[in-house]
Design a protein around this ligand. Sequence first.
Ligand SMILES: C=C1C[C@]23C[C@@]1(O)CC[C@H]2[C@@]12CC[C@H](O)[C@@](C)(C(=O)O1)[C@H]2[C@@H]3C(=O)O
Ligand code: AKG
Ligand code: FE2
Length: 325
Amino acid sequence: MVVASPASIIGSEKIIEDIELPVIDVSIGDRSELSNLIVGACEKYGFFKVINHRVSNEIISKMEQESLSFFAKPFPEKELAGPANPFGYGCKNIGFNGDIGEVEYLVLNSHPLSISQRSKSISNDPNKFSSAVSGYIEAVREVACEILDLMAEGLGVPDTSVFSRLISDVDSDSIIRLNHYPPSYSTNRVGFGEHSDPQILTLLRSNDVGGLQISLNDGAWVPVSPDPTGFCVNVGDVLQAMTNGRFVSVRHRAVTNSYNSRMSMAYFAAPPLDTEIAALPHMVSAARPTLYRPFTWADYKKAAYSLRLGDARLDLFRKQGDELA
Ligand SMILES: C=C1C[C@]23C[C@@]1(O)CC[C@H]2[C@@]12CC[C@H](O)[C@@](C)(C(=O)O1)[C@H]2[C@@H]3C(=O)O
Ligand SMILES: O=C(O)CCC(=O)C(=O)O
Ligand SMILES: [Fe+2]
């Protein structure tokens, strides 16, 4: 039996308020400047904010409205869309290994057919729900593809669609997660504990209530100021492996706000299950040998789901001593 540990109270950790995280205006015309800014942010923080993207307000507010309506339902009705195994509605329990947090959520596979089937247990107007979710996914996927192409260009990789091809594949294993963190009234609490995202890239949009924090290497936490008009973008473990550690899959967490509800929606861009993940040849040299053994996305997902939220999954695939050649 797995015993859940209580969601912790935010206490004595070091919180650094005065670091300016990179904000990237993707509407600027100069592609080479844009790709250099993105590469710099991914190397230093594994994280940046995107503004002036092309996802319309209409698409975002339709999605937000559906999310609000779902979380506003009485608990027994929401439970009909659960349990999250891993898709569906979950409350407080995260994953299968005893992690808990002050959050309720809905995780959906990104395929329109799967959304449409599941929407029957989620919404009183399933067609409206599935059209809002599919429209949102299509629009954020386009932004994600554009960002991934700019990354490849900035890294000098000859095949500039090497990353975006994986997430635009019809069999891509991308998912969407809607999170709702109710106010905690007294002390701030951990809503979604420290972790890295397993996939290639995450695009997260939230309402105007803060809570997201990213971890610096020394254990200090940097709060990310909320901006409902932009996206927070972070590198996932697969992109760290494909760039041979040049980009970092940043550890992050979400804490509750004392007075207001935080709502976030995260799109996790992933490759098809049978994709073999290995460092791109361009990222490997004598001075920078391959860090990870090749694995398929299916292998990686299996490992991720067998571990706790905060475990360093990628370390399982790290080459040791004489394997480093
Ligand atoms: C504890 C877990 C929840 C998670 C699967 C895992 O075993 C480890 C990774 C977790 C995570 C983090 C990013 C995403 O929110 C998520 C959907 C994912 O792909 O990996 C969650 C998983 C989950 O909640 O099912
Ligand atoms: O809600 C947030 O700000 C973070 C959520 C998150 O990290 C996740 O869903 O993986
Ligand atoms: Fe995350």
